[in-house]
Design a binder for this molecule. Structure first.
Ligand code: PAF
Length: 282
């Protein structure tokens, strides 16, 4: 694996790859890699000629300073994991490389209603921050295909919209969520949970499954209320638990719809904020 810190040299190298007519698969990450990320690398390797991963903890997408400071980092282990997974290129820029000055952090993208619902409502500015960094990474790398994890489902839709806005010809694959044996969705933030919390956190997935199994016979709003009070009794603080159309995340009150639907949840367990989702009807 070749590691680049500077976009100038990365671009030169990628120019050579592209002149050979090879396709480039891109997996953007913030490091603290786990099997979920590695499954994206594996998908990219199956579908493209060259796989590039980026590791950059993007300060602009954190609306909470504490969350940014506590974001886990394990760069040496990440490099080993990427090598083992057969990643071809790692791009690991410094902040100065991505944001040379303050003005370079504040571009606004018209991503529509999706910006301020669900994650966007509870993390104001988060998706503009994601768009800012992803636009820069896409312009440097110019990949043929992007591999994203379904765990951040709303982010996947935001990035699709960004690609449309930028009029780029980049394919997107949304890859399935990988789970710990107890059912907890894999996430870099899980490292901040102790063993007991990890077991408890699996209740989020159980809750989504229970609701899915009871729909459409039972009323979603009643199921939601019961689930929230159950989770609160177990020590969770719920940001949201919603049923939505999977193509645009329009929030619904019931499952009487012919559209493909998704359940989404975000909750704090002590200090750690966890998200998960489950397709109801594909
Ligand atoms: O999902 C992530 O890790 C980040 O939001 C991303 C897409 C790498 C942008 O910083």
């Amino acid at each position: 694996m070749i590691v680049f810190k500077h976009s100038k040299y990365l671009r030169l190298y990628l120019g050579y790859i592209k002149r050979k007519g090879l396709s480039i698969g891109f997996v953007p990450t913030m490091g603290a890699l786990h099997e979920g990320h590695l499954s994206l690398i594996s998908q990219s390797r199956k579908n493209t000629d060259i796989t590039i991963c980026s590791i950059f903890v993007n300060p602009v997408q954190f609306n909470n300073k504490d969350d940014f400071q506590k974001y886990p980092s394990s760069i040496e282990n990440d490099i080993l994991l990427l090598e083992e997974a057969g990643c071809d290129i790692l791009f690991m820029p410094e902040e100065q490389e991505i944001y040379p000055d303050d003005a370079s952090k504040v571009k606004h993208f018209d991503i529509g209603l999706i910006e301020n619902i669900l994650e966007g409502k509870f993390r104001p500015g988060h998706f503009q921050g994601v768009c800012n960094v992803v636009e820069k990474l896409l312009k440097i790398i110019e990949p043929s295909h992007l591999f994203l994890g379904q765990k951040d489902y709303q982010q996947c839709l935001v990035i699709s919209r960004l690609i449309q806005l930028l009029n780029l010809n980049i394919g997107i694959s949304i890859c399935p969520i990988l789970r710990e044996p107890v059912g907890l969705a894999m996430s870099s933030r899980n490292r901040r949970l102790n063993e007991n919390e990890r077991k408890n956190a699996a209740i989020l997935y159980e809750t989504l499954n229970n609701i899915r199994n009871k729909l459409p016979e039972e009323n979603f709003l009643k199921l939601k209320q019961a689930a929230i009070s159950d989770l609160e009794n177990k020590g969770f603080k719920i940001d949201y638990l919603e049923l939505a159309k999977s193509d645009d995340l329009e929030i619904l009150e019931n499952s009487n719809s012919n559209n493909s639907l998704i359940l989404l949840i975000a909750a704090f367990l002590n200090e750690v904020r966890l998200i998960d989702n489950l397709m109801v009807k594909d």
